[in-house]
Ligand binder design. Structure first.
Ligand code: SAH
Ligand code: SF4
Ligand code: F3S
Length: 449
């Protein structure tokens, strides 16, 4: 359906998303919506009529990048496309963005992007259009239905927002309070994706394991109940979820890892630090011990599960002794993959005004030591996969002729030479080699036959 608010239906657009997977999902929904409004996708921002920068505010570097990106959108003749800044920087900085970067026409927050067409129309009339509402009615109902995305894997946002208020983090301010999307909407969206050829769905939320809802019979269910229902869908082969908070790892969800075959053996469970004193100052509301206990129980339920973590080094007040405890926790858990960051002081968060901010050089040194250990663990995990028979979902073409790249159940990228096979196929392989970031494999004979 075309809205009459857009005067020229053949304009081109480009959406560029930064930050987390939820932003990637939002960017896809924006693109689908603009498509439904008659816009045509342009491969590149430079020659599009409309550019949407879907931004991330999590660390200073990510947030500042927006302004250099806006600067680059100038064309040879000095003109600029219509520029919309969406996402978490939009929510955090609001109208200030258009003041700092006058070429910005639209500023729209993560809960209001379903109103983008109307905002663009206002911008085309020469107004600066800013919408940072977090409306009670959810944007999801106003967006066009999913069309399936021609790819074998898809994201599906099931939960948004955060009520945890870790003292370093902007997300509760940029995304708002925790909400769970209704069960029936999620089943419908998953079915549309599967009908469009999707074989793996990753359920998303800032605290995805805080999802709750009611099933068709009106029974209260948690994320494990949703996963159980989704697993019944024919054609859907794999289910993943991210990101989880340790305190929301319910008994049911832990048990689901041992019971639901389609639920992949991978858990991303950020811990941030290994010192209880720092965890308390971060307001994480879990301890080192409670985190270790969750990991232990998940491994009991699913012994081969891969564990992934997030870490922050240099939180205010972090001493060498605190940092050693983080290294100890890493040794104790053994992370199969991970993300680690230097603490970034974010305006408006409680930690930004804490005393004892750690010096840059100290943070850099700690990050290097931390990453050396984490990289070693990741390499060790990848090497331990060599020789294993496993199944891949082929996701994209590799560099060489006949080469395809798929994902293992443990989310590793695996290269395989498989002439005659296509993206979207599932194939049995044996892993033959391991690098730090990817594996090599050969087809199992059965698969060729
Ligand atoms: N909801 C998730 C992840 C949110 S943001 C969770 O609870 O963990 C993703 C990661 O960014 C976080 O896990 C954290 O490691 C990192 N992060 C968030 N704020 C940060 C900051 N101010 N400085 C550095 N890293 C940060
Ligand atoms: Fe940020 Fe903490 Fe919420 Fe994660 S749980 S989004 S780190 S406030
Ligand atoms: Fe960034 Fe917002 Fe995601 S701040 S990490 S895009 S929730």
């Amino acid at each position: 359906m075309k809205s009459d608010s857009l005067p020229n239906p053949q304009k081109t657009f480009h959406v560029k998303s930064f930050g987390c997977q939820m932003n990637v999902y939002d960017g896809e929904r924006m693109a689908e919506m603009l498509g439904a409004e008659g816009y045509v996708a342009a491969a590149d921002g430079a020659d599009a009529d409309l550019v949407v920068l879907n931004t991330c505010h999590i660390r200073e570097k990510a947030a500042e990048k927006v302004y250099s990106d806006i600067g680059r959108l100038k064309r040879a003749d000095g003109s600029t496309p219509t520029i919309a800044v969406a996402g978490c920087v939009a929510q955090a900085e609001g109208a200030e963005i258009a003041r700092r970067a006058p070429s910005v026409d639209v500023v729209v927050g993560p809960q209001a992007y379903h109103r983008l067409p109307g905002l663009i129309a206002r911008a085309e009339r020469g107004e600066k259009a800013v919408d940072l509402d977090m409306p009670l009615e959810s944007k999801f109902g106003a967006l066009p239905k999913r069309s399936g995305n021609q790819r074998p894997t898809a994201f599906l946002t099931v939960q948004e927002g955060c009520d945890k208020f870790c003292t370093y983090c902007v997300v509760p301010y940029t995304r708002g309070a925790e909400i769970s999307r209704p069960f029936a909407d999620l089943i419908a969206e998953a079915r549309a994706l599967v009908a469009g050829g999707v074989r793996e769905i990753t359920l998303l939320g800032q605290n995805v394991n805080a999802w709750d809802g009611e099933d068709e019979q009106g029974r209260a269910i948690g994320l494990d109940g949703l996963i159980r229902e989704l697993a019944k869908e024919d054609g859907l082969e794999r289910i993943r979820y991210t990101t989880s908070h340790p305190n929301d790892m319910t008994d049911g969800l832990i048990a689901a890892h041992g019971e639901i075959e389609k639920l992949m053996p991978f858990l991303h469970l950020p811990v941030q630090a290994g010192s209880d004193r720092i965890l308390a100052a971060m307001n994480r509301s879990h301890s080192v011990d409670s985190y270790l206990r969750v990991i232990e129980r998940v491994r009991e339920a699913r012994p081969d599960i891969a564990i992934s973590g997030d870490f922050i080094v240099g939180f205010p007040g972090e001493t060498e002794e605190d940092f050693d405890k983080t290294m100890k926790l890493i040794e104790d858990v053994g992370f199969d993959t991970s993300f680690s960051f230097i603490y970034s002081r974010r305006p408006g968060t409680p930690a930004a005004s804490m005393e004892d901010q750690v010096e840059e050089a100290v943070m850099n040194d700690r990050l290097q030591r931390l990453q050396a250990l984490l990289n070693e663990q990741q390499q060790g995990f990848n090497e331990a996969t060599v020789g294993r028979a496993t199944r891949l979902l082929l996701e994209r073409k590799g560099k060489h002729d006949g080469q395809l790249i798929g994902k293992s159940p443990w989310l590793q990228s695996v290269h395989v030479t498989a002439p005659g096979l296509a993206i979207g196929d599932m194939v049995d392989v044996r892993v033959t080699s391991a690098g730090p970031n990817s594996l090599g494999a050969e087809l199992l004979m059965e698969a060729v036959a």
